[in-house]
Design a protein around this ligand. Structure first.
Ligand code: ADP
Ligand code: 5GP
Length: 234
């Protein structure tokens, strides 16, 4: 049985970094490459990060019911093609979806057994620093991303697991533990001591066990003004 994992995060939280790392170390895990109508950024290549299509092509795909879910994110269409799930099922692999909150809600309705993970930055200040340090966005875009993050973060309680991406190595271990523990749980067989430890590590990231950890993060976003003041260009 293919397990579908959903991972969402405000931009700059480190989701791509984490996903790239676990893809190297977790076997039997397919990654769905989404379709989008946004233009490629930087070194992005068609068919690697996304399939870049026109609005007309995307709308054709909607009409042909080719999407498992799709959503409008920041004014562009993004969607998960059904064929990625079919292919993962045919290979006996699990499937990882990097999608936004709207997409996550649609998948949860269609596939209630999907396991969802929300990645949070340790606080607003660190998110701002990471966005700036990444060097991809202008000051105006960084401000918009921070403002959007403040709203996106409020959706954390729709997810099964919360991962606070503070120390990268630890976050990679936690994400790996979540993926493996879902597999172990679903295997239905008795677990070894080592496996039980993995499940216990993953359980620490379950929503119900993370509420006190999340509160100061939410506060760091709520305490700041609703709009970002762009810093003068350096
Ligand atoms: P996202 O995919 O969520 O937009 P990225 O993976 O691009 O975020 O990460 C944003 C920036 O933060 C990148 O420069 C990345 O190298 C850095 N980063 C990711 N995780 C951490 C971490 N745990 N500690 C410090 N920097 C990190
Ligand atoms: P970006 O344009 O920065 O790559 O992605 C913007 C947002 O779109 C991110 O939150 C990302 O998770 C989300 N996204 C990427 N692909 C999909 C998809 O197929 N469906 C949905 N619903 N969201 C997606």
């Amino acid at each position: 049985m293919t397990t579908v994992y959903i991972i969402s995060a405000p931009s700059g939280s480190g989701k791509s970094t984490l996903v790239n790392e676990v893809r190297k170390i977790v076997s039997g895990l397919d990654f769905s490459i989404s379709y989008t109508t946004r233009a490629p950024r930087g070194s992005e290549q068609n068919g690697r990060e996304y399939f870049f299509v026109s609005r007309a092509e995307f709308e054709d795909m909607i009409r042909n019911d080719e999407f498992l879910e799709h959503a409008d994110v920041f004014g562009n269409y993004y969607g998960t093609a059904r064929r990625f799930l079919r292919e993962a099922q045919a290979h006996g692999d699990d499937l990882l979806l990097d999608i936004d909150v709207q997409g996550a809600e649609q998948i949860k309705k269609r596939i209630p057994a999907a396991a969802s993970i929300f990645v949070l930055p340790p606080n607003r200040e660190k998110l701002e620093w990471r966005l700036r340090n990444r060097g991809l966005d202008s000051e105006a875009v960084i401000c918009r991303r921070l403002d959007t993050a403040r709203r996106e973060i409020e959706n954390y309680d729709k997810y099964d697991y919360i991962l606070v991406n503070d120390r990268l190595e630890q976050s990679i271990d936690q994400l790996k533990a979540i993926l493996l523990s879902e597999r172990l749980r679903r295997s239905g067989r008795p677990l070894t001591n080592d496996e039980q430890e993995k499940v216990a590590l993953a359980d620490r990231n379950r929503l119900e066990n993370m509420r006190t950890r999340i509160q100061p993060i939410l506060d760091s976003f709520r305490d700041t003004p609703g709009h970002c003041q762009p810093k003068a260009a350096l």
